[in-house]
Design a protein around this ligand. Structure first.
Ligand code: MSP
Length: 551
């Protein structure tokens, strides 16, 4: 059995409802997870919610309900979102669960006993509004703290600290040795520069008098742990990590089978959270370098250049979009109109444009006319291409065609995975790393374009009029090639538009028995020539009706 492919998203704050930026991250992880399932690998896809902390406590207070109740309600919205968007996760993380709390407390206890956590007094300027100590970095050019910090007072507070700074050299060395610790490359450079600047240790607690919506420190009941040990540890606690075993080799086989994970995060939580705190935490609890997770850092969906945020009021609601256009269409847009790692501007007009151009015109048309022609000219039955026509040196159209499709399939695989990056025929102002779903989608469209060109070039409606053997052979070849192309397109589209992929398979009448596998879809079947001779296709049903403006 191959090793399980483990993929995670960040966990989402339950202080407010999800927006389309969060939906993007979930879908990106889902697409990669589905791609690996398509390859026949066992997959463990973990996503979930970050339920503790100040923001949640404050939002609950504002709503006038106890935090536990508030969190339950908001959590449901995230669960609803994953369902709505066809996100197929294998495990769901909730940081208020007992299972998680136990792991967090045991890890903290161990680090405390090993003296990697210590108590210290902090004194300095404190923002009451933002509930945090301020440093000189927060001062404006005039040397004063700006109005955004509200009332400032001098405070002295005892807290617990994790000895972060003693691991700075280790982290630098780890990043020097592993070039793909962070994807894309420029994010690894950014992280490395930030590691150089690590100064002090990490405050990991809050006195309960200030924050009580958190996990109690096992060695001091007057404190809860604050953010980092609470949230980041979800990636191992929900994968079956046993905190009583400091030697990783003694972990359960189910944990070892999954770990390390590919972790999908946004650019705002690489430094310091995941790139510094998380990697160092793992190292401190005994994870060797070859067991460090890989971080895939994506950009933001912006609105007119500004990040979506509740306070700015430029939130785009993914539920509304999915209701209006369908989950597949939203997934397709979110995957095709952004380069993984870069930012993009969200635009509903672009969503409609892309849908109409790519799915309705290019692919929908191809499906419709192929099935119509097979129905009309061949009573729905495709026949194996006849060799004679393919061997004719002047008529190698479908041979070249099959080769072109093969090239697209190879490129698609390269773009969807970490193993290879496929050279791209144009120059971009940045390096295109692995996991670029938009480029993979480009290859699927490239295949549909090839097929549409083949139709134009060979005009099957003219061939159908000819009564000679030659025309018949040509017609068979072209229609077989088109049906075969649609079968391959359906497989390649499955990770991105799962509903439509099943729709294409249904219309092609492609049954599970025909693939000879347990799963209906398999990447191994995305190979030219698997459609059997005499296969009977179904009737065309519009799968991607055009979206008219102002609907
Ligand atoms: N709870 C913390 C993460 C802890 S992980 C152990 C958190 N939550 S969040 O809800 O604010 O963000 C979750 C993820 O959503 C992050 O990876 C973040 O980058 C991503 N996004 C938030 N807004 C986004 C966009 N506008 N566009 C794309 N992704 C965005 O941070």
């Amino acid at each position: 059995m191959p090793k399980t492919f483990f993929i995670t998203t960040a966990i989402y704050y339950t202080n407010s409802s999800p927006h389309v930026g969060h939906a993007y991250e979930m879908v990106l992880a889902d697409v990669i997870a589905r791609y690996h399932r398509l390859k026949g690998e066992p997959v463990f896809f973990l996503t979930g919610v970050d339920q503790h902390g100040q923001k949640v406590q404050q939002s609950a207070a504002k709503a006038g309900v106890p935090p536990a109740e508030f969190v339950k309600e908001v959590t449901q919205k995230w669960l609803d979102l994953s369902k709505k968007l066809e996100v197929k996760n294998d495990e769901w993380a909730e940081t208020t669960s007992d299972r998680h709390k136990k792991v967090v407390q045991k890890i903290l206890q161990r680090l405390f006993e090993e003296r990697q956590i210590y108590k210290d007094k902090q004194s300095g300027y404190y923002s009451v509004r933002q509930e945090q100590f301020l440093t000189d970095k927060e001062r404006g050019p005039d040397g004063q703290f700006g109005p955004e910090w509200g009332e400032i007072e001098f405070r002295e507070e005892e807290n617990y600290y994790f000895k972060l700074s003693q691991y700075k050299d280790w982290l630098l060395q780890y990043l020097n040795n592993r070039k793909d610790a962070v994807i894309p490359d420029f994010r690894q450079t950014e992280l490395r520069n930030a590691v150089e600047r690590i100064g002090g240790d990490l405050c990991i607690s809050r006195p309960k008098s200030r924050l009580d919506w958190g996990i109690e420190l096992p060695f001091d009941k007057d404190f809860v742990t604050y953010v980092w040990f609470d949230a980041l540890t979800n990636y191992i606690s929900f994968a079956g990590y046993d905190p009583s075993k400091s030697n990783i080799e003694h972990q359960t086989s189910s944990f070892l089978d999954k770990w390390p994970a590919l972790q999908i995060i946004g650019k705002d939580i690489l430094v310091p959270a995941h790139g510094i705190y998380w990697l160092i935490m793992l190292h401190a609890i005994g994870f060797p370098d070859d067991q460090m997770p890989q971080l895939l850092v994506h950009g933001w969906w912006n609105i007119a250049g500004a990040k979506m945020s509740k306070s700015v009021g430029n939130i785009v609601d993914p539920f509304e979009l999915a209701d209006k256009y369908g989950a597949d269409t939203l997934r397709y847009y979110l995957m095709s109109d952004i380069v993984t790692g870069q930012d993009a501007d969200f635009s509903e007009e672009r969503l409609v444009e892309r849908y109409n151009a790519d799915l309705a015109n290019s692919l929908g048309n191809l499906l419709n006319r192929t099935l119509t022609m097979v129905g009309r000219y061949q009573h729905g039955r495709v026949a194996f291409p006849e060799g004679a026509w393919l061997r004719n040196p002047d008529e190698r159209a479908t041979e070249t065609y099959a080769n072109n499709i093969d090239t697209h399939i190879k490129a698609y695989k390269g773009h969807m995975s970490a193993e290879s990056t496929f050279p791209i025929p144009f120059t971009l102002p940045f390096t295109l790393g692995p996991f670029v779903a938009n480029a993979a989608i480009g290859n699927v469209l490239g295949i549909a374009d090839e097929a549409n060109r083949l139709v134009e070039k060979t005009a099957p409606w003219k061939l159908a009029k000819g009564s000679d053997k030659e025309s018949e052979a040509r017609l068979n070849t072209v229609l077989y090639a088109l049906a075969e192309t649609l079968r391959i397109i359906a497989i390649l589209l499955l990770p991105v538009t799962p509903v439509a992929a099943h729709g294409i398979f249904d219309q092609l009448n492609w049954k599970m028995e025909l693939s000879g596998k347990e799963e209906r879809f398999s990447l191994a079947d995305a190979e030219w020539g698997r459609l059997p001779d005499g296969h009977v296709v179904g009737k065309p049903v519009p799968l991607f009706p055009r979206i008219e403006a102002n609907t």
